[in-house]
Design a protein around this ligand. Structure first.
Ligand code: GDP
Length: 367
């Protein structure tokens, strides 16, 4: 599953948001008996109306949405890169994630202490970002030292390219800028270097402004600050009210819709977060439909049929013969696989077929 890390200073609402995700997970728990859950991990279902539509048609015993794995990375404070707080352990957690949700406090509440005394999400974001940048700079400095020693008398072009990229990246980090914005990111040296050291500040970030219950659906100056930061980084942002998300997550589907529309919303903040994380990474879903289960699977845009099949089982990729593919709109129009076949909209696709979003697929393979 796509792995997302939740970061932010203490007392900004991370745990509250994470509790909402855990509730969403527990509502689905019966579907995921194979997941052993660590306390700081929540496996949240990806809401998808197309999956719901297929389930209505196929009436399977089980409906399995795609999932996103959220890790609550609490404990990041100023000085984490120097080992303050639980510093390095948390930085290691971040390294394992593909996207970072950066939660910033955009609510005033005299009862909730702020670690710096005042509420300023732009400053808060900067504190965390700086720690990530410093941690990257430290690792890179060590690595660069060793690489430079290796280059003595060496004519290894790849190594020399990497050293050149390393110096450039170090200057960039030392100027307080995240690795994601380094120039010449697509040069071979930089690509190799980034693959090797996997900088924390090279990860995609979604900024999340946590607002008070009274501010849902409205803008406030604190939200504007978060938006300005996100824009300056070319990143996405969402506005959520963590407390409301926690209430929402415990409701039935019907009650949720009612609750949301009372605020003039169509979608919960968590749903938006999940959707954005998907988009940010260029992920799409394909579906398998049968009487036992209707299921969504996650792949990257551009994935070919055999690699998509490997999401289900590596044996299917190994013995891949072909894929029988029905576009989602064709499936819902004709309503069953048999009728799709009769109507000539079930296509036979080979190894080179590039999967489209929402394909309904049946893989044929040799065992
Ligand atoms: P964390 O340290 O970032 O995990 O923060 P918590 O989730 O523990 O939240 C810290 C405090 O802020 C708790 O008392 C929460 O109830 C409160 N809090 C979180 N979200 C909101 C919110 O949207 N509105 C208000 N008023 N308080 C919130």
């Amino acid at each position: 599953a796509l792995s997302v890390g939740i970061v932010g200073l203490p007392n900004v609402g991370k745990s509250t948001l994470f509790n909402a995700l855990t509730k969403a997970q527990n509502a689905q728990a019966a579907n995921y008996p194979f997941c052993t859950i660590e306390p700081n991990v929540a496996i949240a279902p990806v809401p998808d109306p197309r999956l719901d539509a297929l389930a209505v048609l196929a009436k399977p015993q089980q409906v399995l949405p795609a999932t996103v794995r959220f890790t609550d990375i609490a404990g990041l404070v100023a000085g984490a890169s120097k080992g303050e707080g639980l510093g390095n352990k948390f930085l290691a957690h971040i390294r394992e994630t593909e996207v970072i949700i950066h939660v910033a406090r955009a609510f005033e509440d005299p009862d909730v202490v702020h670690v710096s005394g005042t509420v300023d999400p732009a400053r808060d974001i900067d504190v965390i970002d700086t720690e990530l940048i410093l941690a990257d700079a430290q690792i890179l400095e060590n690595r660069l030292d060793r690489m430079i020693k290796q280059t003595k008398g060496s004519k290894d072009r790849d190594l020399l390219d990497k050293v050149e990229a390393g110096k450039r990246l170090l200057d960039h980090l030392m100027a307080g800028k995240p690795a994601i914005s380094v120039e010449g990111a697509d040069t071979p040296g930089m690509i190799a270097l980034v693959e090797e050291i996997r900088p924390l500040s090279a990860k995609r970030v979604i900024y999340c402004a946590n607002v008070a219950e009274g501010d849902i659906g409205k803008d406030n100056p604190l939200v504007d600050k978060v938006r300005a930061v996100a824009e300056s980084r070319g990143a996405e942002m969402v506005v959520v009210c963590a407390r409301m998300e926690e209430d929402l997550a415990g409701l039935s589907d019907e009650d949720r819709q009612e609750f949301l529309s009372s605020y003039g919303l169509t979608e919960s903040g968590l749903d938006r977060v999940v959707r954005l994380a998907y988009q940010t990474l260029g992920l799409i879903s394909f579906f398998t439909v049968g009487p036992k289960e209707v299921r969504a699977w996650t792949i990257t845009t551009g994935t070919k049929a055999p690699a998509a099949a490997s999401e289900i089982h590596s044996d299917i990729e190994r013995g891949f013969i072909r894929a029988e593919v029905i576009a989602f709109n064709d499936y819902t129009k004709h309503q069953t696989e048999a009728k799709c076949r009769a109507a000539g909209v079930l296509r036979q696709e080979g190894k080179e077929y590039v999967m489209a979003d929402a394909d309904v697929v049946h893989f044929l393979f040799n065992v």
